[in-house]
Design a protein around this ligand. Structure first.
Ligand code: ATP
Length: 360
C-alpha cells in the first residue's frame, strides 16, 4: 500500500516558479494498479519521482507499506536506495553494452548480492516477463517490446513492494503499445505487486488500471475505477478528457438522493449525480455511444426530433452530428448498418441512466 498526503512541490527557475504539485493526496491499496493520468505538465512524473525518492517534495507525507519514507513534519527523507520501489522509465534506461542478463542483474550487483542468488533471481524475473530464452542476448539486438520487458524485469528483480511505471509504452508503435499494456496488466496481476502507472493516454489508463486519478495543473481533479470515471465523471473537464462527450447546459432544480433534477433546453431531466447545489449551473452529460438514433419516433420512449447535420465514418461506428429542432447539437455513434444520410430527419433517444450531471 502507498499513501501520499498533501504533497507539494514547486520548481523555481530564474524566470518563474512552477507549482508542480499543489497538495495532492491519494492512496494505492495493496496489489492494485493506480494510474496518474493527465495532460502534459500536470505533475504526474513529479509525483512518481517523489514516491521513488528521486525528487524531494516541499511538504507532505509519503508512506510505503508501514514505513514513512518522507515526512516534512518529522523531517524524514529516505534516499531512493532505501525505498522498496522498482521503476520503469519512459526511456527504459537499458545499458547497450550489456546482455539481457547483466542488465537485469545490475540492481542486485549494486547491493552486493551473492552470485548464486543473482542467477536465481534474474531467471525468476526473466521467466515472469517471458524472456528466459534471451538471457545471453546483447541488449541492442532486442525489439522495442523486448527492451521494455527487460526494463520491467530489472525493476522487479530486487523484489520491490511497489512498481512505478513512467509512460512505459511511449516509445513503442501503436500496435505494440496495445499488446504490451495487456502484458503489463497481466504481469502486475500475476505478481500481485502494487503499482503506480503514469500516462497521458486515457485509453491506455482504462485498459491497465484498477483506479485512475485524473490530474490537471498539479491537482487531482477526481479519481475512480475506469468504468465509473468514463461513464459517470463529476467534472466536465474529466468527461472531455476521456473521450467524445455531449453536454446540455442547464440549472440544477433539486438533488434527490443520488439523482439530480436539471432544467435544460431539452426539458426537465433527472440524472445520476451527487452533492450538487440547487440553483447551480451544470451540464447533463452522456457519451455519443449512449445515444440511439432511430428513423421513426418510438412509441414507448421519449425521443427528440432533429436532422443529421454531419456524418463521419469511423470504421466500427459512424458518428452523426445531430441538430435537434430546438437548436441543440449533439453527437451520436451509430452502427454502420444504419447508414445515416446527411440532412435526413431522425429521432434521438437517450437512456436517462446513461446520463449524469457534471459541473465546471
Ligand atoms: P509529461 O506528461 O509531459 O511528462 P507530467 O505531467 O509528468 O508531464 P511533470 O514532469 O511532473 O509533468 O512536470 C510538472 C511541472 O513541473 C511542469 O510544468 C514542468 O515543466 C515542471 N518541472 C518538472 N521538473 C522540473 C524541473 N526540474 N525544473 C523546473 N521545472 C520542472
Amino acid at each position: 500500500m502507498v499513501e501520499v498526503s498533501l504533497l507539494r512541490k514547486q520548481f523555481s527557475t530564474e524566470q518563474e516558479t512552477v507549482k508542480a504539485l499543489r497538495g495532492i493526496s491519494f492512496s494505492v491499496p495493496e496489489g492494485q494498479l493506480v494510474t496518474l493520468l493527465g495532460p502534459s505538465g500536470c505533475g504526474k512524473t513529479t509525483t512518481l519521482r517523489c514516491v521513488a525518492g528521486l525528487e524531494r517534495p516541499d511538504s507532505g507525507m509519503i508512506r510505503i507499506g508501514e514505513r514513512v519514507v518522507y515526512s516534512s513534519e518529522s523531517k524524514q527523507f529516505d534516499p531512493p536506495e532505501w525505498r522498496p520501489v522498482g521503476m520503469v522509465f519512459q526511456s527504459y534506461a537499458i545499458w547497450p553494452h550489456m546482455t539481457v542478463f547483466d542488465n537485469v542483474a545490475y540492481p542486485l550487483r549494486g547491493r552486493g548480492v551473492g552470485k548464486t542468488r543473482i542467477v536465481q533471481e534474474v531467471h525468476r524475473v526473466l521467466s515472469l516477463v517471458g524472456l528466459a530464452e534471451l538471457a545471453d542476448r546483447p541488449s541492442p539486438q532486442l525489439s522495442g517490446g523486448q527492451q521494455q520487458r527487460v526494463a520491467v524485469a530489472r525493476a522487479l528483480v530486487a523484489n520491490p513492494s511497489v512498481l512505478l511505471l513512467d509512460e512505459p509504452l511511449s516509445n513503442l508503435d501503436a500496435k505494440l503499445r496495445q499488446h504490451m499494456r495487456l502484458e503489463i496488466r497481466e504481469l502486475q496481476k500475476r505478481s500481485g505487486i502494487t503499482a503506480i502507472y503514469v500516462t497521458h493516454d486515457q485509453e491506455e489508463a482504462m485498459a491497465v488500471s484498477d483506479q485512475i486519478l485524473f490530474m490537471v495543473d498539479g491537482e487531482i481533479v477526481e479519481g475512480g475505477p475506469p468504468q465509473e470515471i468514463y461513464r459517470k465523471p463529476q467534472k466536465k473537464l474529466t468527461a472531455e478528457f476521456f473521450g467524445e462527450a455531449n453536454f446540455v447546459r442547464g440549472r440544477i432544480k433539486a438533488q434527490e438522493g443520488d439523482r439530480v433534477v436539471v432544467e435544460t433546453p431539452l426539458g426537465t431531466l433527472s440524472c445520476a449525480g451527487q452533492n450538487k447545489s440547487v440553483g447551480q449551473e451544470a451540464y447533463v452529460f452522456f457519451r455519443p455511444e449512449d445515444a440511439e438514433v432511430v428513423r421513426e419516433p418510438p412509441c414507448r420512449r421519449a425521443s427528440l426530433p432533429g436532422h443529421v447535420a454531419r456524418v463521419t465514418f469511423l470504421g466500427k461506428t459512424v458518428e452523426c452530428l445531430l441538430e435537434l429542432e430546438n437548436g441543440v447539437t449533439l453527437k451520436a455513434s451509430v452502427h454502420p448498418k444504419f447508414r445515416p444520410r446527411q440532412a435526413e430527419t431522425v429521432h434521438l433517444v437517450v437512456n436517462p441512466d446513461a446520463c449524469s450531471v457534471v459541473t465546471d
